[in-house]
Design a protein around this ligand. Structure first.
Ligand code: 5GP
Length: 178
């Protein structure tokens, strides 16, 4: 019998993700030594990554979230970005680490960085779990990248297809019916 699980090919298993996040956390800890950065998680996709990343960072971090909608239920980027949930405190003069699940065309991150800049933080770094360099439509400075992946639609570990599969502990390529 075929189940939903048969439509997903594992790309990075839970162990591999965990190891990579430990490296990213150590790097951020070194780069921001002596600081108390604000980590801004981009909802909803970054939630599992955000939760694991902050625990891999050995600094007194603060947590904030921003909600943006850019995709709908589609597998193609619309380029239309809207803030659906905003920061609850000022980031002026602070070191910010934006935490994103995936940078695909880069349009969402471009919008977010512009929005951050108007709030006059001391610094902004971008940490994304995944990057699809082949699909980039704008050049975004990415400070920390978990994995660079080919131009395939991935799900799991925060990433959804039509709202589902965010809870998978691994990252996989979705090959199911669309
Ligand atoms: P961008 O604006 O860079 O094109 O798209 C960023 C957003 O598109 C991500 O935060 C994510 O929500 C969505 N996205 C891009 N590629 C994928 C993908 O392969 N899988 C899933 N589930 N979402 C994606």
């Amino acid at each position: 019998m075929t189940t939903w699980r048969d439509h997903i090919d594992v790309l990075y298993d839970a162990e591999t993700i965990k190891r990579r996040i430990a490296e990213l956390g150590a790097q951020i800890t070194r780069d921001l030594a002596g600081r108390s950065p604000i980590f801004v998680g981009i909802l909803k996709g970054s939630v599992p990554f955000f939760a694991d990343l902050i625990r891999a960072v050995d600094l007194p971090v603060q947590c904030e979230f921003m909600g943006i909608s850019s995709y709908g239920d589609d597998t193609e980027s619309s380029g239309v970005v809207q803030i659906t949930y905003d920061l609850t405190k000022t980031i002026e003069g602070q070191d910010v680490v934006l935490v994103e699940d995936i940078v695909d065309t880069g349009l969402s991150m471009q919008y977010l960085l512009a929005s951050m800049a108007t709030r006059r933080p001391r610094s902004v770094r971008v940490c994304t779990l995944l990057e699809k360099p082949d699909n980039a439509r704008v050049k975004i400075p990415l400070d920390y990248v978990g994995f660079r992946i080919p131009n395939e639609f991935v799900i799991g570990y925060g990433l959804d297809y039509a709202g589902k599969y965010r809870n998978l502990p691994f990252i996989g390529v979705y090959r199911g019916p669309t």
